[in-house]
Design a protein around this ligand. Sequence first.
Ligand SMILES: Nc1nc2c(ncn2[C@@H]2O[C@H](COP(=O)(O)OP(=O)(O)O)[C@@H](O)[C@H]2O)c(=O)[nH]1
Ligand SMILES: [Mg+2]
Length: 339
Amino acid sequence: MPHPTFPTRTPTRRQLSVDDYVTGVLAGERAILGRAITLIESMRPADAAIAQHVLTGILPATGKAHRVGITGVPGVGKSTFIETMGRKLTAQGKRVAVLAIDPSSAVSGGSILGDKTRMNELACDPLAFVRPSPSACTLGGVARKTRETMLLCEAAGFDVVLIETVGVGQSETVVHDMVDFFLVLMLAGAGDELQGIKRGVLELADLIAVNKADGDNAQRCERSRQDYANALHVMAAPNGDWTPTAITCSGLTGLGLDDLWASITKHRELLTASGHLEQLRRDQQVHWMWSLIEERLLNGFREHPDVARDFTSIERAVREGTSPATVGAETLLRAFGLA
Ligand SMILES: Nc1nc2c(ncn2[C@@H]2O[C@H](COP(=O)(O)OP(=O)(O)O)[C@@H](O)[C@H]2O)c(=O)[nH]1
Ligand SMILES: [Mg+2]
């Protein structure tokens, strides 16, 4: 017994073929789904080649899930909300996959779900699948892997995919670009709610939910809700089918969550009927193609021997002000072969 304490993690795990992955994922086998996600997250070039084949194999079975993005500052209650909402959905017999992106966790290298005991019940629910996204890569890489993970979950038969992301950097834009519905959780503040938030978030939101509207906080949340509703009225991008609104809820008590899900369902019905959901997803495909190209080009650029040789010194010169950014860019692009 070489590894008595880890009997299920023997190093001689059978290698799976592309067919094994595709068949297993399509059959909804969790162990295979988990391994397929690990394959997709792998940085090894050999794995990337297999992953491409697996993705191509499962692609016809994708597109059926309801894709919902959930964002908000750390501590707003996203994980708690998802746990309660996820349990409500599985109680209705829906199969729910939860993916979590946290670019900030790249710093600590820690897992988002590991630090707190959130989603414990959901993670044990046979109808649910909870998976943190890989943290230690670029945002572009995180987005690509999250998108591909979402597709794998869809192919495995999940009806709802919830994607949790913190409102850090561009991760919310990235998630917005891969979902059908974008939910923004907010906290009630002391009248200064609107100052701290990025205007962009209001433009992305399909719904703003002022969370933690329980106990003494309920009234403050209602006042915040009115502020957000007014702000949305002024700022939100008009959309023929859907007018973003603001509500209050409590992920902890479940208050407002049934209405909130009813809104999400209504949104889907409206956009399906008008054909805009189809259009949105087609646009997202094109957008995705371009982000794949950008990522590959940028990697190719950085790995080009002449660029790799010079970019540290050129970057330093630009940072220290001894060379203008325009000249630095020009020099590196020329080294790459773009005159
Ligand atoms: N009162 C109240 N507390 C909440 C609610 N949701 C989350 N919390 C608490 O807020 C803290 C952060 O919650 P968490 O779900 O980890 O937030 P996240 O960082 O956005 O994922 C925890 O201490 C939760 O117990 C809620 O609806 N009401
Ligand atoms: Mg969380």
